[in-house]
Design a protein around this ligand. Structure first.
Ligand SMILES: *[C@@H]1O[C@H](CO)[C@@H](O)[C@H](O)[C@H]1NC(C)=O
Ligand SMILES: *[C@@H]1O[C@H](CO)[C@@H](O)[C@H](O)[C@H]1NC(C)=O
Ligand SMILES: *[C@@H]1O[C@H](CO)[C@@H](O)[C@H](O)[C@H]1NC(C)=O
Length: 373
């Protein structure tokens, strides 16, 4: 069953790749010197060569094996807090330490704990995600988490935090008013749960929370990595630095934004505000604070886990209606694609854009027609 799935995955991949190659001439390049933000309007094969897609070849690699590219996965685990061997060269060997890292990763991300590079694990690893480490945890259960020392904003009550957008590091294909509206909604959701309000200011220099879109190395020691992979990161209180990867195709409306690698700005904004407030990553898949994200999906409503985590730091907003959150949670739980399939097989298909029935059917037809299958 796994080999079949694996070979059909490769075919899907190949198919998507060919499709993009085929359609490439339809998207004429519009180079705009000096503006890295406009380059995302050109949708090419780069989409499918997205960050971390190379990990697909590590599927079903066994303990004891030596496979080229495993060291890259070790670096990945290292950067998200699962393999603490700083400043050394990682070997390509699947050793005991690597197996422990896999086990730790699987349990933190709420996957079946097998210690193997199975389809669930490799699919999850390939999904784009937040750049913050997962293991700065206070709680070790499947639950919300905080940064070490549980930092939070300490301001006299009523707490009213300001946020500002960078004037130099923005994206141009979305209007400033659209971006403002997205962030206002995202901040309002957290403000509904805790006795903290947020307001936008033009004074970037004095704002508590500073928001901007950056590419690659941008001076904070946490370089971004191009399309997908790491989507954004934000620093713990009371830093307020909030950075989004300018290489992503940020979307406010999937009706008008057709890119298969489009990332919902509001979902990522809501997640990163959680970090700005002091929350770490949750192991609860439905939670906004879960680290990974499936392109072209929206997850903006706080779940019980997010609310409990942030209220334990700041207390509850007296007007917060808990029952609404519970209702929404149940509702989302039933409709979230990731939770429909118990083994998470859906994630990768969604990631590859294969949720489109036509492409999926066509890809299957190609698999069947291929004599090698
Ligand atoms: C994908 O990206 C890697 C690293 O940037 C590059 O070496 C490789 O040739 C690319 N592959 C394709 C198919 O574009
Ligand atoms: C890492 O590998 C490079 C190239 O193989 C080598 O020059 C360097 O000394 C190694 N570093 C460590 C810490 O082993
Ligand atoms: C927060 O502060 C801003 C700027 O001083 C002010 O305009 C806004 O009304 C304040 N909000 C609340 C809820 O106090």
């Amino acid at each position: 069953m796994f080999p079949f799935f694996s070979s059909s995955l490769s075919s899907f991949f190949f198919f998507s790749f060919s499709l993009l190659l085929f359609f490439r001439p339809c998207f004429p390049a519009r180079p705009s010197p000096g503006s890295l933000t406009n380059r995302a309007t050109v949708l090419t094969v780069d989409e499918i060569n997205a960050t971390w897609h190379q990990f697909e070849k590590l599927l079903d690699v066994n303990k004891g094996s030596h496979v080229s590219g495993l060291s890259e996965l070790k670096k990945y685990f290292n950067s998200f807090g699962y393999l603490a061997i700083p400043n050394t060269n990682f070997s390509d060997t699947f050793d005991d330490r690597f197996e422990s890292a896999v086990i730790q990763y699987q349990s933190k991300l709420g996957l079946p704990v097998t210690g193997k590079l199975d389809i669930n694990t490799v699919s999850q690893i390939m999904l784009p995600r937040c750049g913050m480490s997962d293991t700065h945890v206070f709680h070790t259960t499947r639950h919300f988490a905080y940064f070490p020392g549980e930092p939070r904003w300490n301001r006299p009550s009523p707490m009213n935090l300001s946020y500002a957008f960078s004037t130099t590091h923005m994206i141009r294909y979305l209007g400033p008013s659209e971006i403002r509206a997205v962030f206002e909604r995202a901040f309002t959701r957290w403000a509904a749960a805790i006795p903290v309000t947020f307001y936008e200011t033009d004074d970037y220099g004095s704002a508590d929370i500073t928001i901007g879109f950056y590419s690659r190395d941008h001076g904070d020691g946490q370089p971004f990595d191009g399309v997908l992979g790491v989507l954004a990161h934000a620093f713990s209180p009371e830093s307020g630095r909030f950075h989004l990867d300018a290489a992503e195709r940020w979307a406010v409306d999937f009706g008008t934004e057709k890119s298969k690698v489009a990332v919902d700005l509001e979902s990522v904004a809501t997640h990163e505000i959680g970090h700005v407030l002091g929350l770490g990553h949750s192991s609860v898949k439905e939670a906004v604070m879960y680290p990974s994200y499936i392109p072209r999906t929206k997850k903006v409503d706080l779940k019980i886990d997010d609310v409990e985590g942030v209220q334990a730091l700041y207390g509850s907003n007296p007007n917060f209606r808990h029952h609404q959150c519970i209702y929404r949670w149940n509702q989302d739980y039933k409709t979230t694609p990731m939770t429909l399939l118990p083994l998470d097989m859906g994630s990768l298909n969604w990631f590859l854009g294969l949720q489109l029935p036509k492409i999926s059917t066509l890809a299957s037809a190609i698999v069947l027609a291929n004599p090698e299958q």
